[in-house]
Ligand binder design. Structure first.
Ligand SMILES: Cc1ncc(C[n+]2csc(CCOP(=O)(O)OP(=O)(O)O)c2C)c(N)n1
Ligand SMILES: [Mg+2]
Length: 654
């Protein structure tokens, strides 16, 4: 028995409305409105095999409109993925269910990325398409040749990040990226015209995209538009004119169906409208079987790919590449050996560039870039030639002045697998991409942020460019490791640790100003403990100074002055507070004893340093905006000099 496309699409609709009704929470409008488009996509266009959700050459499908999570849960269930089960769908939005409120990559294979923050799924899809083109250039069509599809709503297109993502994708000519726009004219506040008069197709065309349009409830018309998109070499936006909540006879078309359960009465009316007689969560066997057949459609394609992989000389390299296994320790060690023989006084941003040389040379998975600050972030190396429309084998991305777009694209690249993205901007502009940094952490992705000009030490550009709260506020993000290295050796050590953080993104906060090489030995990676005693007290220990980055040099001078007065002082360098906190108690107590005056120095907010100094300790930092002046004048003005700090410590000891 053949099952009509309409029935298949209606199965998505009823699962969505029933799950939201049962949870008494969720968004039925989007999945009901896009059910027809999704049916065509999953039945005929998307390259996937429900039994192999992690197959490397699968198409990537991103539900950028993450509030419509029931769309993807329904599709994964219907097509026969191992998860979610119908039980999981019954538990939609309940504690522990893989069918969480918004789709989460760490919960369900088949969910390529975590979405919900509007606009970011789209931008991550751009990053996935970039990774695909790069790996295609390296390994060829036989191993890497897939598309990236995204479903995006009016909100995803209205967000500012959309402008960045569209500009990047157009410039890079990502022709294997297709975005299906749920063009329903509705957002939460009502008709889109209330808040937008934009000619979206015109904007996309102006940015190097191809635009197709279709009636999102006419299967033949959807196919026609998708065929048009496939035929065009540019990235494509397919405007699918849809009715939000389609199938709910009294509520469809209005903002009321966006994010509220339909209610028992309307659910019943929708069942009548759709001719659906089965109970909630019951999918007739014939419909389920037809969907599962779609879920197996890609199996022979995958088998053919596996045969090509088995026959390929690149098999081992490709598999290791996709598994993300790298050796960052060897090149780092060799680099550090050289520094011990020939110490260098350089800015840590320069130190980062120096460390990146051998790292990018030996780790081809690394793809660098900067948001138009290449010469300032020092992110480009000899091995990383430009990644362009003409040459996708390049490993350096000119992201343009698009911090948020860059960060989200890097998330997409990391999620795709096979590449390890790092990208730079000024630390102060981490605020521009903060939510994407947070999403790196939530999604457990190895993305490395090279954030330079990390304090008032940048000098004359003044308070707009001088980070104050940034380093500490990023330390608050769970599963994000913030490194602030003190010299050229620590910078290399932190790069190694960042690259070894397979499921944790990292921030490297780096200076503009030169810093002396403080480390004279490097038998082991001392940053691996997060914080360590750089200099031990000579006289009886009364003080421990903990500092990070550029302020470790100041701490060393303070200690010297105190020792001259007979006050024994340890200097602790603490490039990673979170890593130090994770050490065992014996180590922490040894480095940070309780019976001394504990002092912190960091050229940023003192907020949070109580956890290191205790309330009775001293905290030197800056709790106001910076100022425009040469660096030495600023450090003096803000009291971060040995001359200003030493007397305060002596006074506290009295
Ligand atoms: C960055 C961000 N801002 C706000 C929200 C809250 N929000 C969720 S959906 C939505 C409206 C989106 O409209 P649209 O994309 O057209 O979705 P539809 O109502 O058509 O399903 C908003 C404002 C969000 N999830 N992310
Ligand atoms: Mg909408």
């Amino acid at each position: 028995m053949t099952v009509s496309e309409q029935k298949l699409a209606n199965a998505i609709r009823v699962l969505a409305m029933d799950a939201v009704q049962a949870a008494n929470s969720g968004h039925p409008g989007m999945p009901m409105g896009m059910a027809d488009v999704a049916t065509v996509l999953f039945r005929e266009y998307l390259k996937y095999d429900a039994s192999a959700p992690r197959w490397a050459d699968r198409d990537r499908f991103v539900l950028s409109a993450g509030h419509g999570s029931m769309l993807i849960y329904a599709l994964l269930y219907l097509t026969g993925y191992e998860q979610p089960t119908i039980g999981d769908i019954r538990n939609f939005r309940q504690l522990g269910s893989v069918c969480a409120g918004h789709p989460e990559n760490f919960d369900l294979p088949g969910v390529e990325c975590t979405t919900g923050p509007l606009g970011q799924g789209f931008a991550m899809a751009v990053g996935m398409a970039m990774a695909e083109r790069h790996l295609n250039a390296v390994y060829g069509d036989a191993l890497v040749d897939h598309r990236t599809w995204a479903v995006a709503g009016d909100g995803c297109l209205m967000e500012g990040i959309n402008h960045e993502a569209v500009g990047l994708a157009g410039t890079l000519g990502l022709g294997k990226l297709t975005v299906l726009w749920d063009n329903n004219h509705i957002t939460i506040d009502g008709d889109v015209s209330k808040s937008s008069c934009e000619d979206i197709p015109a904007r996309y065309r102006a940015s190097g995209w191809h635009v197709a349009e279709c009636d999102g409830h006419d299967f033949a018309d959807i196919r026609r538009a998708l065929d048009e998109a496939l035929a065009d070499p540019r990235p494509s936006l397919v405007s699918c004119r849809t009715v939000i909540g389609k199938g709910a006879p009294n509520k469809q078309g209005g903002s009321g169906v966006h994010g509220s359960p339909l209610g028992a009465e309307e659910v019943a009316a929708a069942r009548a409208e759709l001719g659906w007689t089965d109970a909630p969560f019951v999918i007739p066997a014939a419909i389920k079987a037809a969907w599962e057949e779609s879920g197996r459609r890609g199996a022979p394609v995958k088998a053919a790919w596996e045969a090509r992989l088995a026959a390929s000389a690149d098999k081992g390299a490709f598999e290791a590449r996709m598994a993300g296994k790298i050796d960052a320790a060897t090149p780092t060690r060799a680099f550090i050996e050289g520094l011990l023989a020939d110490p260098k006084k350089v800015a840590t941003r320069k130190a980062s560039e120096m460390a990146l040389g051998p790292l990018t040379e030996t780790i081809p998975a690394m793809i660098g870039g900067s948001a138009d600050l290449t010469g300032s972030n020092n992110t480009k190396t000899k091995a990383t030639t430009p990644f362009t429309k003409e040459d996708y084998s390049g490993r350096y991305v000119y992201y343009g002045i698009r911090e948020f777009g860059m960060a989200a694209a890097m998330n997409g690249m990391a999620l795709h697998g096979g590449v390890i993205p790092y990208g730079g901007t000024f630390l102060v502009f981490s605020d521009y991409c903060r939510n994407a940094i947070r999403m790196s952490a939530l999604q457990e992705q190895r993305v490395i942020y090279v954030l330079t000009h990390d304090s008032i030490g940048l000098g004359e550009d003044g308070p707009t460019h001088q980070p104050i709260e940034h380093v500490m506020s990023m330390r608050m993000i769970p599963n994000l490791e913030v490194f602030r290295p003190a010299d050229v050796i620590e910078t290399a050590e932190c790069w190694q640790l960042a690259l070894e953080n397979e499921k944790t993104p990292s921030v490297l906060a780096l200076t503009r100003q030169n810093l002396p090489q403080l480390r004279t030995e490097a038998a082991e990676n001392r940053c691996a403990r997060g914080g360590y005693r750089l200099r031990g007290a000579q006289a009886a220990r009364k003080v421990v100074i903990v500092a990070t980055g550029s302020e470790v040099e100041i701490a060393a001078k303070v200690a010297e002055a105190l020792e001259e007065q007979g006050v024994g002082t340890d200097v602790v360098s603490m490039p990673s507070l979170s890593r130090f906190a994770a050490q065992d108690g014996a180590y922490r107590n040894d480095v940070l004893p309780q019976d001394v005056l504990r002092v912190s120095i960091e050229a940023g907010t003192t907020f949070g340093w109580e956890s290191i100094t205790g309330l009775d300790g001293l905290r030197f930092g800056i709790d106001r905006f910076g100022a425009s002046a040469p660096i030495d004048a600023l450090y003096d003005y803000f009291g971060l000099t040995p001359e200003k700090i030493v007397p305060q410590i002596l006074a506290a000891l009295k």
